[in-house]
Design a protein around this ligand. Structure first.
Ligand code: HEC
Length: 164
């Protein structure tokens, strides 16, 4: 009986060490993957915002030129950047406020669909107010956006070249 217990004990110990060996091997395989994920590059909140700034500007000139296809493109670039903030900037508490922009984006989108210059202008002004409202709420009140005077780049034509 004693011998039997001893055999059982030896067996249990060896299967136990085998288990920890397997765990160790697995862990060694996972470690570099963890590091890869941690090191992978994600744009910061400010970088997404700088992208939005450019599209906000281009959107205005597209609308002013009644270039609705371009305006539609630009508003969707902004929407995409907002989605990316929600996806990649979850740890920033400011991201909780980001949805406040949705109604303003929807009205600009509606104006573009209706090809209505007056509605576009009004909803763009309201969009710009909402940008600043969020900046104030998140203590970035020193970042103030406005209706642009000039397009961001000189090498893009905002006129509708393909017909209305
Ligand atoms: C969550 C609410 C929120 C909304 C809505 C929002 N922003 Fe921001 N914005 C921020 C925060 C927070 C920062 C600071 C980011 C950082 O920490 O780098 C910022 C930064 C910026 C910057 C400075 C970027 C830089 O690095 O110089 C610009 C420009 C900007 N936003 C433009 C806009 C525009 C244009 C809109 C509207 C279309 C808008 N933002 C809407 C929260 C918001």
């Amino acid at each position: 009986m004693k011998q039997f217990i001893l055999i059982l004990l030896v067996f249990a110990i060896s299967s136990c060490t085998q288990q920890t060996d397997e765990n160790k091997i697995l862990q060694e395989r996972v470690n570099p993957l963890d590091k890869k994920v941690a090191d992978s590059y994600t744009p910061g909140f400010g970088e997404f915002m700088s992208g939005i700034q450019i599209h906000h500007n281009k959107l205005w000139f597209a609308g002013q030129n009644e270039n609705w296809k371009l305006a539609d493109f630009e508003i969707h670039e902004i929407m995409e950047a907002i989605d990316n903030i929600k996806k990649y900037q979850q740890e920033r508490k400011e991201s909780e406020m980001i949805d406040m922009i949705n109604p303003a984006l929807d009205s600009v989108n509606f104006a573009i669909k209706k090809k209505n210059p007056a509605l576009f202008k009004r909803s763009f002004i309201s969009l710009t107010h909402t940008c600043n409202q969020c900046h104030r709420t998140t203590n970035f009140e020193f970042i103030v956006v406005k209706i642009p005077d000039q397009p961001p780049f000189s090498n893009q034509d905002f006129m509708n070249q393909v017909g209305k």
